[in-house]
Design a protein around this ligand. Sequence first.
Ligand SMILES: Cc1ncc(COP(=O)(O)O)c(C=O)c1O
Length: 493
Amino acid sequence: MKKIDRSKINEMSISLGSTIRQAMEVISRGGIGTVFIVDTQSRRFLGLMTDGDIRRAILKGWSLETKIELLERPQAKTAAIGMNVAEITKMFGETVRVIPILDQESKIVDIALYDQRLRLPVAEPSLAEKELAYVTDCIVSNWISSTGKYVSQFEALFADFCGSRHAVATSNGTTALHLALLALDIHQGDEVIVPSLTFIATANAVSYTGAKPVFVDSESTTWNIDPDLVAKAVTPRTKAIIPVHLYGHPADMDPILEIARRHDLAVIEDAAEAHGAGYKGKKVGSIGDIGIFSFYGNKIITTGEGGMIVTDNPDIAQRVRLLRDHGMSPSRRYWHPVLGYNYRLTNIQAAIGVAQVERIESILQAKLDIAQRYEKQLEGVAGIIRPPQAKWAQNVYWLYSILVEEEYGIGRDDLMAELNLMHIETRPFFLPVHTQPIYNTGQYLSVSQELASKGLSLPSSASLQKHEIDRVCKAIKDIHKKVENKIRVNRTS
Ligand SMILES: Cc1ncc(COP(=O)(O)O)c(C=O)c1O
């Protein structure tokens, strides 16, 4: 956000009695394409006009000598003195590029200008009044630890959202995975099949139990674990499969469930990145034996840090609750029949979670709208492969992610560097876990490795505005054109 010289505010202001001609003169002197209308005596802000508003008035037949009080003026967006930069930044839009900042007497004290150099983050949380109200309630009522009404409310709301019978909140997605594996009694000597192309937590949770994560390659169509290869990876030691719904697109669950049935294996869905994603009419997380979610700050909904386990199995839910709370018997205080953990979510975090679930549908809709705008604008850009959307799946586009092929002209890393210079943050795909120093299995998993080298995620926050998506797409197209021209010049010279 740019600021301007405050002493110039008066020079950029006119009264309602001024004419279109005077407004145009002020706009042309001011250099921000906008004139402010103020009360001559009190200097109170009354509205503003942009050069576009004036152009439209003239096209409607108004003369240069028309008084601007006769013209239609759009409702102006204003900020109040004391608002922070982030709050003001959110007010900018496709047509809102100038925001006057007013004091208590409605006088302009400063002007915020939209800056093309404004950094677009990949994913930032969408927090609103309800989150603040519920957190305030925790503080006012003194319920700030893991006991309190919001934890059970959050669990009930989230179970309902997923279409699962039980939900148990945990301190994060990784502890949710760990507890899910423990509840299934997975331990040293067991094997658990996981995709290699995932965040490392999927595999680490397996390692925490002493079991061995067995890495399987992904499908190039969905970017998720390849069911044919899952079947081949099953051994007598295999106890479970953890499909991951990567970047918001569901894994192909039916063949995975079929393999699990055939070999008597459990299925834990890692839906950390896919709240609300659909698979053949069901929500992810509710399809396997257990589903887990993350509510880390960049996820579809957030509690800062946080996680959830969902299941239809009451025994699993009960066991997870026991393990989450130091293994303490629910019927006898300080009596610990099993080795447990402190993996609880706090009431404050759950309060944020309740507010987030209450408006998850609008967050998901915003994500879908963002994806559709990207889809339209990136269609046909040479060398850009858009994210998967299988017929049987409802992708929730946690992160709108693309692949950069050779045809684009430069590689993924160079594109990321160029976008970074244009203040557009991107994120490379996860590095395949089987290649990480702590696992380093020596496997060659061609699809995962190729996706990891070509994939990047674009800005995808639910608050992202249309003009910001347009800015990202234009940047991707401009960079491609620049590279193409360079290649052409090199060929002809
Ligand atoms: C696929 C996947 N699984 C598990 C996790 C772990 O969740 P958390 O960060 O809440 O521990 C993440 C989080 O980033 C994830 O992306």
